[in-house]
Design a protein around this ligand. Structure first.
Ligand SMILES: [Zn+2]
Length: 172
């Protein structure tokens, strides 16, 4: 009897797995170019508008990596190609600016938003008071605020993309 129950459970989960595989596939094909489903795909292949995607990522951040009560930052896309940086966070305005022309892939875009979002959390841990001083002492790359923002972005980028697009994209 126990064996039967276990077998039934195995079949049920297999069937549900197939169903969700199909369902997620449908979703992705609608929202994403079916030619390339990897997260390292270039931004041009993102079929949903970039503004919608960036908004989704920002909302995900606020839901899952909010570490303080700082308000959700606003997010602006800058389409001018001149700037060299990928994104920046303006603490006074609590605003993230993404320099979209400098970003190549969907993963990179997601990681930049996670990074800048985390800077907004750092207001609670002394960003405004200490960022410049730390920068002078350690340089831009080794500034502890930057090190932490990079770490948080790297740690969460896959989960964020999986949640937005579904598991399937990782395996193609
Ligand atoms: Zn940064």
């Amino acid at each position: 009897m126990v064996v039967l129950v276990v077998l039934a459970k195995v079949f049920a989960s297999f069937f549900l797995g197939l169903l969700s595989y199909w369902f997620v596939g449908q979703l992705i094909d609608r929202n994403w170019s079916s030619a390339s489903k990897g997260f390292d795909t270039t931004l041009e292949k993102l079929v949903i508008p970039k503004s919608k995607f960036t908004r989704e990522v920002l909302i995900w951040c606020h839901e899952y990596i909010r570490s303080s009560d700082v308000e959700i930052p606003s997010l602006k896309l800058n389409y001018r190609p001149s700037q060299r940086c990928l994104g920046n966070y303006n603490s006074a305005r609590n605003e993230i600016v993404i320099h979209i022309k400098n970003i190549r892939t969907v993963r990179e875009l997601c990681e930049v938003i996670l990074h800048e979002y985390h800077h907004s959390r750092q207001k609670a841990t002394g960003l405004d008071e200490n960022y410049d001083r730390m920068g002078e002492k350690y340089g831009y790359v080794n500034n502890p605020f930057e090190v932490e923002a990079r770490r948080v972005a790297k740690m969460n980028v896959d989960q964020c993309l999986r949640d937005i697009f579904g598991d399937l994209t990782l395996h193609n």
